[in-house]
Ligand binder design. Structure first.
Ligand SMILES: Nc1ncnc2c1ncn2[C@@H]1O[C@H](COP(=O)(O)OP(=O)(O)OP(=O)(O)O)[C@@H](O)[C@H]1O
Length: 343
């Protein structure tokens, strides 16, 4: 057992050595190196926290920080103004998990954490050349787009927003998305894909619409089934989906909100914009959405014609004849006959 005096003398010699080491360290090494060593020691010795604080500044210098806007728009669909803390976790397999207060919980899927996907560099190969579509119809669409782009003064003179709405309707898999890509490639516009089911309310919608750039195409796909829009008088009949449809969640914005934004919001912010709606069931849409000024051009995308088949065979297989073409063309004609009620 060490005596008190030996302990005291060990302590005295240890503290003398430390003081000597500190003095030498301070004199021999530059201040920057000392700070670096101190930081490294602190980093390895500090107890590790499981918490991570993300700070999004509202402004990046003098300009607005887009990440702040995106975070704000996203969070205001998930939390109410009374919530003070938001806890978000995500394990490897499970969905993104938000915990607001002790009594309030929301589970979200990471599939669509942000509800507007911005595709600035469109890399979709579809063009009007590769699209299987009646040549007259193709030309009519391209002419309409060209005319629209030339008519800035016309819209200005009328005091109307310089925008054009298209509705693409028809059975699934008939080329609606391909046509959207072809239009974007033709005009060299950006595409903004608006996911209605993820929008929390009119104000979020407004914010999102304002974030779309000029010379852009706003796409609202499957308008009849992405959300159950309340009608202008609150009646949810006009866009009723089929019996199997389950809305992802109740919408917190109204059809009138959507229509007003489409009509009014872009009028104050400059250049040309195109909005494209797609649906497999045009008959389910409210006439208020279908009228010119909102959906100016209605394009029916239908099943393959003989010409369309030839285009696809050339695009995909690089062939313009084959011994089975005749057989396929006969089948298409029979199908056409059924579709037009002749069969
Ligand atoms: N008219 C067409 N021209 C060229 N490719 C087509 C055409 N129709 C379908 N396709 C091809 O078929 C696939 C499905 O087409 P697309 O996604 O454009 O259809 P859609 O009408 O948008 O379908 P959905 O209504 O299910 O979203 C794509 O690979 C596309 O290349």
């Amino acid at each position: 057992m060490p005596t008190a005096s030996s302990l005291l003398s060990a302590y005295a010699s240890l503290s003398t050595s430390i003081m000597l080491f500190r003095t030498m360290f301070n004199q021999l090494f530059p201040r920057e190196l000392q700070r670096y060593v101190a930081d490294a020691v602190r980093f390895y010795w500090k107890p590790k926290s499981s918490k991570l604080t993300l700070v999004f500044d509202e402004k990046d210098g003098m300009v607005a920080n887009h990440i702040y806007d995106a975070a704000e728009a996203f969070l205001c669909t998930r939390i109410n103004p009374d919530s003070e803390r938001l806890r978000i976790t995500k394990s490897v397999k499970k969905a993104l998990y938000h915990k607001l207060a002790d009594s309030e919980e929301i589970v979200d899927s990471l599939k669509n954490p942000v509800y507007m996907e911005e595709s600035v560099n469109l890399d979709h190969p579809s063009t009007f050349d590769t699209l299987a579509m009646d040549p007259m119809m193709k030309k009519a669409i391209m002419d309409d787009l060209d005319l629209f782009l030339k008519r800035r003064d016309f819209y200005k003179r009328l005091g109307k927003a310089w925008k054009r709405g298209y509705l693409l309707y028809g059975p699934p898999g008939t080329g609606k998305s391909s046509l959207i890509a072809a239009i974007a490639n033709y005009l060299k516009f950006d595409i903004f894909d608006l996911q209605l089911m993820n929008i929390g309310g009119d104000s979020s919608l407004k914010k999102l619409m304002l974030r779309t750039s000029n010379r852009s195409i706003l796409v609202i796909e499957d308008i009849d089934c992405s959300i159950q829009l309340p009608g202008r008088k609150g009646i949810t009949t006009s866009t009723l989906p089929d019996a199997h449809y389950k809305p992802v969640r109740d919408p917190q914005f109204s059809l009138s909100g959507l229509l007003n934004f489409i009509d009014g919001l872009w009028s104050c912010c400059g250049d040309e914009r195109i909005i494209i709606f797609t649906t497999n069931h045009k008959e389910r849409l409210d006439p208020a959405l279908l009228r010119p000024g909102r959906m100016d051009v209605h394009i029916h995308m239908s099943y393959l014609t003989t010409d369309g088949f030839n285009t696809l065979a050339a695009n995909y297989l690089n062939i313009d004849h084959h011994w089975r073409f005749r057989e396929i063309q006969t089948l298409i004609e029979i199908q056409d006959g059924y579709a037009s009620g002749g069969g």
